[in-house]
Structure formats: structure tokens, C-alpha cells
Design a protein around this ligand. Structure first.
Ligand SMILES: C[S@@+](CC[C@H](N)C(=O)[O-])C[C@H]1O[C@@H](n2cnc3c(N)ncnc32)[C@H](O)[C@@H]1O
Length: 273
């Protein structure tokens, strides 16, 4: 288990927790839309797999109410302990969190109405094993809800430069080196169909943001944590990073500049039997 925690490319520093909190704010409405499409509501049982510090798990607990239940699970000791403290401080009794591996769930078969994973599958070495486990713990007719990256390299800063847009190839390379893929959303629907899910809904999720807008701040927060890693892992030199920082500052002052976000896919798939 310790290895899984180490393998999660973005780590679990306090800044990563703050980044995940802000990221949740930016994408909460889109996530809630997926829950509406899937029909998550009062009294349901939901597994939040790869829950991180549990920002969505807590919203799910509110959505399913006292007659429902949320089981949140993550590989990170720190994230599990943060969510556990939050559950205690709010005295919630319809949610529990445990440390675990999504590829080998310590959850009962056929026990959930819904399983949810946001930005999990892109980090997994064996996504099909995790999908099989999600299938196992769902009731027949239960639904898997996934939100993840698709066609990542179509993201960009416009007007861009080679150095500015080498950001996205750099991030793609980093996640690939950790056995993940920011193109996982293109593979998941057929993989789920093969496993025994019926694909109910596939939704594109993409935004355009100008400097200062939330989605722009979202990529800047990601850069704060991940650009230094590009230098550390040898993808960029220090000079490349300096040129990037200078071009990024200029881009923000250029009227008409915008960020086209890495596209994501929202998937709702029903377990057939
Ligand atoms: C980008 S975070 C997303 C967290 C949360 N789903 C959200 O949307 O805020 C990815 C999470 O996946 C977890 N993770 C990665 N591999 C895992 C595995 N094999 N088993 C359980 N959790 C895993 C990481 O610890 C991390 O918390």
C-alpha cells in the first residue's frame, strides 16, 4: 500500500490538498451534473473510489442523506486521515472512509447503488482491474460514474508558443512515466462495455478561460506544484522553465489570450448483471 501512495504522481503535500480543494470548487458543478444524470439521490449507497481528501465524498453524504451511505476509499494515509477528522468534526454517521487500493477493494460485492471516481483512472497502471472491482461492488443495475481526462494534448494557451505549450507534453510524459495516461477517457467506455457495463451517457467536459478566471487559476495552481517537477525529472532545463515563466507572464497581459482546458469525459455506465 505504501508503494501505491508513493506512485501517485502529485503526492499529498499540504499544497496538494489545497490544490485539490480549489480544483473541487472549480469542477463541483460539473460533477453535480453527472450525479443528476446518473440519478444519485436520497437513500442511495455510493462508493467514492480514490476519494482524495474527500471533497466529493462529503457532498455525496449530503446528497444521499441519513438513510443513504457513502464509503470513501483512498490509498493515501494523509488523505484518509484528513477526511476521517472532517467526518468526526461534523459528527456524520452516513459516511465512512478507509485506506485501500482500488484494484483490490475491501468492500462487499453487490452492495452499492453507485460507484464514483474522479481523476483516478488516469493515474492507474491497471485501470481494467479497478473497473472490474467497481463492477464487483455494484449491485446489478448499479451505476459507475467516472470523470477523467481525454485527448489531453488538445489543451493549450492561445495564442501559444512552443515553450508555453510544451507544458502539456511535459505533464503527459510525467504521468506516462508513472504508468498513467491523461488519454484514459478514450479507452474507458469500450473497456467498461467489455467488462459488462452498458454505457448510458458520455459527456464532453471542456472549458475556455481567460487570465484571472477560475479555470485559468486552476491550471496556474497545477503549474505551481508540477512545473518544478518537470525540472526535477529532467523533462525541462532550468532555462526552459525560466523562459516558460516569462512567456506565461506576457501571455496574461496579451489581450485575447485564453486557455483551452484539457478535455475530460463524464461517463455513466450501468452494471448489467
Ligand atoms: C487527483 S486525486 C483525485 C481525488 C478525488 N477523487 C477528487 O476528485 O478530488 C487522485 C487520487 O487517487 C488516489 N489513488 C491513486 N491510485 C490509487 C489506488 N491504486 N488506490 C486508491 N487510491 C488511489 C490518490 O491517492 C489520490 O487521492
Amino acid at each position: 500500500m505504501a508503494d501505491i501512495e508513493k506512485e501517485y504522481v502529485l503526492g499529498s503535500s499540504d499544497r496538494e490538498v489545497a490544490r485539490l480543494a480549489f480544483q473541487h470548487e472549480v469542477w463541483a458543478e460539473v460533477t453535480a451534473g453527472l450525479f443528476r444524470t446518473a440519478g444519485v439521490s436520497y437513500g442511495h449507497t455510493v462508493a467514492d473510489l480514490g476519494c482524495g481528501p474527500g471533497f466529493v465524498s462529503l457532498e455525496l453524504a449530503r446528497l444521499v442523506g441519513p438513510e443513504g451511505h457513502v464509503s470513501a476509499l483512498d490509498a493515501s494515509d494523509k488523505f484518509v486521515s484528513l477526511l476521517s477528522s472532517r467526518i468526526d468534526s461534523l459528527s456524520l454517521d452516513n459516511i465512512r472512509v478507509s485506506k485501500g487500493d482500488v484494484c483490490s477493494l475491501n468492500l462487499e460485492s453487490g452492495s452499492f447503488d453507485f460507484a464514483f471516481s474522479r481523476w483516478l483512472y488516469c493515474f492507474l497502471k491497471e485501470p481494467e482491474v479497478a473497473a472490474l472491482e467497481a463492477h464487483r461492488v455494484l449491485k446489478p443495475g448499479g451505476k459507475l460514474i467516472v470523470m477523467d481526462y481525454l485527448n489531453y494534448l488538445s489543451a493549450g494557451i492561445f495564442p501559444g508558443t512552443e515553450v508555453l505549450n510544451s507544458l502539456f507534453t511535459g505533464y503527459m510524459k510525467t504521468v506516462n512515466e508513472h504508468y498513467g495516461s491523461y488519454n484514459i477517457g478514450g479507452i474507458l467506455p469500450s473497456m467498461l462495455a467489455e467488462i459488462g457495463f452498458e454505457i448510458e451517457s458520455l459527456e464532453p467536459i471542456v472549458r475556455i478561460a481567460r487570465p484571472g478566471e477560475n479555470v485559468w487559476k486552476w491550471v496556474e495552481f497545477f503549474n505551481e506544484l508540477s512545473v518544478p517537477a518537470l525540472v526535477e525529472n529532467g523533462t525541462w532545463t532550468e532555462e526552459h522553465r525560466e523562459q516558460f515563466e516569462s512567456e506565461w507572464s506576457s501571455a496574461k497581459e496579451t489581450p485575447g489570450t485564453f486557455f483551452f482546458s484539457p478535455p475530460m469525459i463524464g461517463i455513466v455506465a450501468t452494471k448489467l448483471h
